[in-house]
Structure formats: structure tokens, C-alpha cells
Ligand binder design. Structure first.
Ligand code: GDD
Ligand code: MN
Length: 368
């Protein structure tokens, strides 16, 4: 028998908790391999949500209540995870909203996916079979869709469709590892921080479609402006794709600067200056990518590994040069040479960047 704790955060959900709790227990009662608890984490709701839950405690022995300060959704979850881990040592933890937007009848599907070997199950709205409410106002739809797209492309992890949702099953070992990271994110951004951490840890991910229902009672506490700001900040500090792009740009300046130095100041031969500058840029890119962009999967600290990876890195870089040279000449032949810099930018953006990013990930900085 394995233990699971479904963590449900509440802030002013008096009209919802009383309906949700029996529904959750009803939909998981046939899962005989599991001992399932609910932990409500309430942030001192002024509408007395906490008191309503407290009255239900005697009726449901597997219902628990944790009261915390009002410090945001992420803080409530982190506190509740810590509490649940200490008190129950569960195998599995859940995230679930209290406002009935997350249909409890989906719960068994999450358990099935875990039993089939997933470490982290995402209830996804943006995949086949999933949906967001039709009755949402256009601005809310745009905010949600756009927010997710920004994260998907910001991390260049297109296979994850729903980054921000809050209906998830996560094995406890991941949450335990993630605690020190997610403690820094007290708002809704915590959802992205936890998911990003799990992926970098090599958790086996599984998405199942969910139909997100609009709440009937109470109102959403999400602050769109804040969330968008937090999303950009998080991506810029944590996306290896963005860091890889910055390193590339830096490499361009290193290359250019050293060429200039050698050719103009030292008066060396042009070919020699170029050779020194490109190789210096390649070395600095290699080091920065290893210790910064892909630091979570940096190379094994062995001379042989560094050497073989560095050779591969040089090969990929030569490939980039070849693609650019041939591509620009081809474009110039077809469209004329006046706009060579436009071709160069387009080729770098749409061919060289994806090409090198994919090859680095596949052959040099492989997932653990
Ligand atoms: N304890 C606590 N403290 N609970 C909170 C807090 C807080 O500060 N803020 C929100 N909650 C609870 C709500 O009571 C609800 O049960 C759940 O967290 C989700 O909050 P909503 O206010 O209903 O947010 P939403 O429906 O707009 O947000 C949904 O979509 C987001 C973005 O996709 C949720 O699924 C979020 O988890 C998700 O990030
Ligand atoms: Mn909601």
C-alpha cells in the first residue's frame, strides 16, 4: 500500500471546499493500492474556509488542515509539501485547485500514470483532449495561452504543453529535492519553477489531458501582470536555451574584438588573426556553455571527456561556419548580394541556432 497526499490550497473557497472534499474521496475510493489523504492548506481565509474544513475533520479521518500565513500560492504549497513529507512520508504528492476547476474524476488517471512508471504527471489543458473554459473572457484566454507559449519556447521544450497548470501528481523524492529551489518562488511562478526543476533532474514526465472548468463560486486570485513579469524573469535566469543564445552573442563579440586587435593593432596576417579569434571564441563558448548554459548537466570532470567533447564542439562550430558560408552565397546568387546581412541574420536565427542547440543537446550536453 502506497501513501498519497492530495494538497489543496485555499484562499476564500468557503463555497467550494465542502463540495470538493467528498467528491475527491469518492473518486479515489476504488484505488485499493493506495492510502489517500487530503491536506487543505489555508492561508487564513477571511471567509472562514478554515473553519468549514475543521468541522469536516472528524467526519473524514484522512482529511487534514494546515493553516499558514497569506504569502502566495507557491509559499502555501511549499509549506504544505514540507508538512506532508514530515507527517506522512508519502510516496506521492498532488497539487489540485479547490474551486472545482480540476475535475476529481480525473484523479484515477493520474494514479494509473504513476503506476505505469511516470514520476511527474501533468494535467494538461493545451493538448489533444484538454481545454480551457469557453466562457473565459478573451483577455484571460490570451493570457493563459500566451503565458504557456512563452515558457515553451523560452525553454525550447516544446514537448511540455502545459507549464503553468496546477493539477499534478509528483513523486515525493522530486519535491524533496526541489524544496530549496521552489522556496524562492512564493507566487504562481512556483508552478514553472517546480516543473523546470523536475525536468532538469531527469524526472519521467507524463501529460494527461484535462478540461479546466471555470469556477462557479468565488474569484480567481491570479495577477496576470505579476505572473508575466515573473515568467520572463524566471526564463531569463533558468533557460539553458536563452543562456546558450547569450553565449553565442558573446562569442560573436569575442571573435570580432580579437580579430580587430590582431589585424589592426598587432598587424598580424589577416588569416592568422582570424584563426586566433575564431578559436578563442569557440573555447570561451565551450567553457561558458558547460559551466553556465548547461551547468545542470555539465561534463564529467575528466580530461578525456573534455577533450572529446571539445573536438565535437569544434566540429559543430565548423558546421555552423559552413552552413553560413554556403547559405549566404546561395541566397546572394538567387536574390542578389545587396541584402547579405539580412540573409546572415535569417540563416543564424532559423538554421544555425536550432542546428547547434540540437546538436549540443544530443551529442555534448546530454540529458542525465
Ligand atoms: N493557501 C492559499 N494561499 N491558496 C491560494 C492562494 C494563497 O495565497 N492563492 C490562490 N490559492 C488557491 C485558490 O484558493 C485555489 O484553490 C487555487 O489556489 C487556484 O487559485 P485560483 O485563484 O483559482 O487561480 P486560477 O484558477 O486563476 O489559477 C489556475 O491556473 C493557474 C495558471 O494556469 C490554477 O490551476 C493555478 O495553480 C495555475 O497556476
Ligand atoms: Mn481557479
Amino acid at each position: 500500500m502506497r501513501l498519497a497526499v492530495i494538497v489543496i490550497p485555499t484562499y476564500n473557497e468557503a463555497g467550494n471546499v465542502e463540495r470538493l472534499i467528498p467528491l475527491v474521496f469518492k473518486h479515489v475510493k476504488d484505488l485499493s493500492n493506495w492510502e489517500i489523504h487530503i491536506l487543505i492548506v489555508d492561508s487564513e481565509s477571511p471567509d472562514k474556509t478554515g473553519e468549514i474544513v475543521r468541522k469536516l475533520l472528524s467526519k473524514y479521518p484522512r482529511l487534514h488542515l494546515l493553516s499558514v500565513d497569506k504569502d502566495g500560492l507557491g509559499k502555501a504549497y511549499t509549506d504544505a509539501f514540507q508538512f506532508a513529507i514530515q507527517k506522512f512520508s508519502p510516496y506521492l504528492l498532488f497539487e489540485m485547485d479547490a474551486d472545482l476547476s480540476h475535475d476529481p474524476k480525473e484523479l484515477p488517471h493520474f494514479f494509473r500514470s504513476i503506476e505505469k512508471g511516470a514520476d511527474f504527471v501533468i494535467g494538461a489543458r493545451y493538448m489533444k483532449g484538454g481545454s480551457i473554459p469557453k466562457e473565459w473572457a478573451p483577455h484571460r484566454k490570451i493570457f493563459s495561452v500566451l503565458g504557456n507559449l512563452i515558457v515553451r519556447f523560452g525553454f525550447m521544450k516544446l514537448e511540455i504543453n502545459d507549464w503553468t497548470g496546477g493539477y499534478r501528481a509528483i513523486k515525493t523524492w522530486i519535491v524533496k529535492d526541489a524544496l530549496s529551489h521552489i522556496k524562492n518562488y512564493s507566487g504562481y511562478i512556483f508552478q514553472i519553477a517546480l516543473l523546470d526543476f523536475a525536468i532538469k533532474k531527469g524526472a519521467r514526465m507524463k501529460q494527461i489531458p484535462i478540461q479546466f472548468a471555470d469556477r462557479k463560486i468565488g474569484e480567481s486570485k491570479i495577477n496576470a501582470g505579476q505572473v508575466i513579469f515573473d515568467i520572463f524573469t524566471y526564463i531569463f535566469t533558468h533557460s539553458s536555451f536563452i543562456k546558450f543564445a547569450i553565449v553565442g552573442l558573446l562569442g560573436f563579440f569575442v571573435d570580432f574584438g580579437i580579430s580587430y586587435l590582431f589585424i589592426e593593432k598587432v598587424k598580424s596576417a589577416v588569416w592568422l588573426g582570424t584563426l586566433i579569434s575564431t578559436e578563442t571564441a569557440i573555447i570561451s563558448n565551450f567553457v561558458l556553455n558547460n559551466f553556465w548554459s548547461f551547468s545542470y548537466k555539465k561534463l564529467e570532470n575528466k580530461v578525456s571527456v573534455y577533450l572529446s567533447s571539445f573536438i565535437k564542439f569544434n566540429l559543430v562550430s565548423s558546421g555552423s561556419i559552413l552552413i553560413q558560408t554556403v547559405g549566404i552565397q546561395l541566397a546572394a546568387n538567387i536574390f542578389g548580394r545587396q541584402l547579405w546581412y539580412v540573409y546572415k541574420i535569417l540563416i543564424i536565427a532559423f538554421i544555425v541556432i536550432p542546428y547547434s542547440y540540437i546538436l549540443y543537446n544530443r551529442f555534448i550536453w546530454k540529458e542525465k
